[in-house]
Design a binder for this molecule. Structure first.
Ligand SMILES: Cc1cc2nc3c(=O)[nH]c(=O)nc-3n(C[C@H](O)[C@H](O)[C@H](O)COP(=O)(O)O)c2cc1C
Length: 378
């Protein structure tokens, strides 16, 4: 399949399933424990009905979305995904470039394989997501580097106070010290294109952590250092400290409670992303979409509320905006696309989402994102 022949996001998931060894596909697709959070995310979007409204002029639908002082070409961007480079060489750069060309933000993961500095050069509109290290000097240095590189937005992911239990990864051996099970190694032989890429380029490094490791450290040393450093004890005091340090826009990712959302506003953050990390952290956590309305009520328009977790259609984005979100992000969808088709795949995912958002908005008779509200929901 050529990237431009994909009709929906699932086409890329199936292409990635063929291209990637099962162990890497499972790393992306998998979630915590019984993976109920994963199905809950999808079920929440599937249960939403939007009311079609006709006899309205929908000859021009405007998808431009204002967010944190910038205007984006569509209301959906790319969520941070760690170790993207294991799917394809320079995957972070390809994701960043595709998002930049489409006019939407790309969030570089704190466990990325490309550095803040490289990403800022090709996508100055990118955001950086920090995994707060135990060592304060490293935290301060990472925050300094974001500013020096010219990136405006820092995302603090709060839903990882601990490493979660992802059982697919435990079984396949995709956990430290990364010794793939024999079964996983044999299965990988059925994916020669990925293997070729892997043997040519080797294991990708967590580039943002390299400067803090002893000279000559290899990718596994850096991963070990990251595992030692991540994560600091995360508290509201730490957040306030980071708020003082970072002069740009500070966004909290992983908020799922109205009370936490209100406290975040009090602490001076500029935005929050309602997210259950795609079901990957805590299996009993609610779907992000389910708690979105109460979080929006608590925030009462003081800062933008964004969402991710479970979006696979443009109409999902429209539903989230009707429930009060200002913006949405996708994680797995663009990662599958970069794995199977590189930058062209990611560009196609964003194009498909844009077209589906247009279709949904036209069907409910709404031509501007700001006009979307709960009255469109059944
Ligand atoms: C393979 C993978 C790696 C991820 N790595 C990170 C990460 O480094 N930092 C982070 O904040 N979220 C991470 N996430 C979570 C995503 O940012 C996002 O919350 C989630 O994927 C959204 O759900 P979706 O995949 O259903 O779109 C990761 C998700 C996946 C699938």
């Amino acid at each position: 399949m050529r990237a431009d022949k994909a009709t929906n996001l699932d086409d890329f998931k199936q292409a990635a399933r063929r291209y990637l060894p099962r162990m890497i596909f499972d790393y992306i697709e998998g979630a915590a424990e019984d993976e109920l959070g994963l199905s809950r995310n999808r079920a929440a979007f599937q249960s939403i009905e939007l009311v079609p409204r006709y006899l309205r002029d929908v000859s021009s639908v405007d998808q431009s979305a204002s967010l944190l002082g910038r205007t984006h070409a569509l209301p959906v961007g790319i969520a941070p995904t760690g170790m993207a480079g294991i799917t394809r060489r320079d995957a972070d750069l390809l994701l960043a470039e595709a998002a930049h060309r489409a006019g939407t933000p790309f969030i570089l993961s704190g466990a990325s394989n490309s550095s803040i500095e490289k990403i800022a050069q090709i996508a100055p509109s990118a955001w950086y997501q920090i995994y707060v290290p135990k060592r304060e000097d490293i935290r301060r240095d990472q925050i300094r580097r974001i500013g020096d590189a010219g990136l405006e937005t820092l995302v603090f992911t709060v839903d990882i106070p601990i490493y979660s239990k992802r059982e697919r990864d435990i079984r396949s051996g995709w956990v430290r010290p990364y010794k793939p099970a024999l079964r996983s190694r044999i299965e990988a032989l059925r994916h020669p294109l990925w293997l070729l890429n892997f043997f040519r380029n080797g294991i990708p490094t967590l580039e943002n952590w390299l400067p803090y490791c002893p000279p000559g450290s290899g990718p596994m040393d850096v991963t070990g250092f990251f595992a030692e450093q991540a994560f600091a004890v995360q508290t509201w005091d730490l957040l306030r400290d980071m708020r003082d340090q970072f002069k740009g826009k500070l966004v909290l990712k992983g908020i799922l409670s109205a009370e936490d959302a209100a406290m975040a506003v009090e602490a001076g953050v500029d935005g929050i992303i309602v997210s259950n990390h795609g079901g990957r952290q805590f299996d009993k956590a609610p779907a992000a979409l389910t708690v979105l309305p109460e979080v929006c009520d608590a925030v009462a328009g003081r800062i933008p509320v964004m969402i991710d977790s479970g979006i696979t259609r443009g109409s999902d984005v429209v539903a989230a905006l009707c429930l009060g979100a200002s913006f949405a992000f996708v994680g797995r969808a663009t990662l599958y696309a970069v794995a199977s088709h590189g930058q062209a795949g990611v560009e196609r995912v964003l194009e498909i989402l844009k077209q589906e958002i247009y279709l949904a908005m036209s069907s409910i008779g709404c031509t501007k994102l700001e006009q979307l509200d709960r009255s469109y929901l059944r």
